[in-house]
Design a protein around this ligand. Structure first.
Ligand SMILES: Nc1ncnc2c1ncn2[C@@H]1O[C@H](C[S@+](CC[C@H]([NH3+])C(=O)[O-])CC(=O)[O-])[C@@H](O)[C@H]1O
Length: 327
């Protein structure tokens, strides 16, 4: 993986603006991590990425449910096979969907449904510099660019998601101002104050210190910038928060699931203003399900078969809230 090459344009940009403090140590850190082999399958993923055929799209769509790359001329049979098998080798695909020419990547999640619930409530992304924390394959980053963002940076420590992102970028905009950095939120320097909008969707419950996560998000924003926070919640008042004894819906790394009132209080205590709950939604087995691109178990296996209002562990089934707040 050639970080200099994939982040060339980002570094040019960062050198000029407030992000430059982040630059100093980033490349050596990423390279050091590569030497330590961050994942046993990384070599296989990289080989699959390198085998993808070179196809120039002549039409890109970032504003419809599937992020789409199209070409007037039909692909050859060999190109189609190479493309589909290369993308399949990057499975499981969790966040999407994507349509690359004739290949539809039917991901585990209908991430477009989340986007449709969130986007009516946020400030316009036109000309904004945007951070998407825990961006997965980067699906929402493309939608943010489609909304007119000037530049989108996604961060996610998972190298499969980085490889998937690079595969999509190869066809949907190799030169577009959109990047995924394989780092955790905790590794982003504090007080960057560089972003106009910061998204954290589906990450808070993975953090052992949720208030620290909120403070870290705040420190990425310029004064007056907007936080878009989406996370699991429970029903209840501002004295309630669920800490699962062990797993929640089979997920091992879930720590805190607050009520909406508790979360609003956390945001207030973290120093945010204009805190608004803008959406509350129970996740359905239509939105999250196994497909040929993600063949492991999915939500229907994580719910109580006798009572789908409960997880298999007996907790309330996944309910997700979106909050918007200002720094
Ligand atoms: N400390 C961390 N820092 C950054 N990323 C992290 C961290 N811990 C986990 N992640 C990443 O956060 C993502 C959470 S998924 C949400 C995807 C998308 N946002 C979505 O809203 O669909 C969860 C869900 O599907 O609910 C994963 O990609 C992790 O690798």
């Amino acid at each position: 993986m050639d970080f200099f090459k994939i982040y060339q344009d980002l570094f040019q940009y960062m050198k000029q603006g407030p992000l430059n403090r982040w630059l100093d140590n980033l490349i050596p850190q990423l390279e050091q991590r590569l030497l330590e082999n961050p994942h046993g399958d990384l070599g296989r993923w990289q080989a699959a990425l390198n085998r993808l055929p070179d196809i120039q799209a002549d039409n890109i769509t970032l504003t419809t449910s599937a992020i789409t790359a199209n070409k007037a001329e039909a692909l050859s049979e060999a190109e189609l096979v190479q493309l589909t098998s290369g993308l399949m080798a990057l499975s499981p695909w969790r966040k999407g969907p994507f349509q690359l020419f004739d290949t539809y990547i039917n991901t585990e999640w209908h991430s477009d449904w989340k986007w449709d619930r969130v986007v009516p409530h946020i400030s316009s992304l036109k000309n904004r510099v945007v951070l998407d924390v825990g961006c997965g394959s980067g699906y929402h980053c493309w939608r943010m660019l489609g909304e007119g963002a000037d530049r989108v940076i996604g961060i996610d420590p998972n190298y499969l998601f980085l490889t998937q992102f690079e595969a999509i970028k190869k066809y949907c905009g190799p030169k577009s101002p959109i990047h995924l950095l394989p780092v955790k939120m905790e590794e982003v320097p504090s007080n960057l104050e560089a972003f106009d909008t910061t998204f954290s969707m589906g990450v808070l419950y993975h953090r052992r210190s949720p208030i620290d996560h909120l403070l870290e998000l705040k420190s990425t924003l310029r004064k007056g910038g907007e936080l878009v926070l989406e996370t699991l919640v429970i029903e209840g008042d501002n004295e309630q928060c669920l800490m699962p004894e062990d797993r929640y819906a089979m997920m091992r790394n879930v720590w805190f699931i607050p009520s909406c009132d508790t979360l609003a209080l956390w945001l207030k205590r973290a120093g945010f203003k204009d805190i608004k709950l803008v959406d509350l939604n129970r996740t359905t087995t239509e939105e999250q399900r196994a497909t040929e691109w993600m063949t492991y178990q999915s939500l229907n296996s994580f719910l109580d078969p006798e009572d789908p209002a409960k997880t298999i562990e007996g907790y309330p089934a996944p309910l997700r809230a979106t909050f918007v707040a200002t720094k």
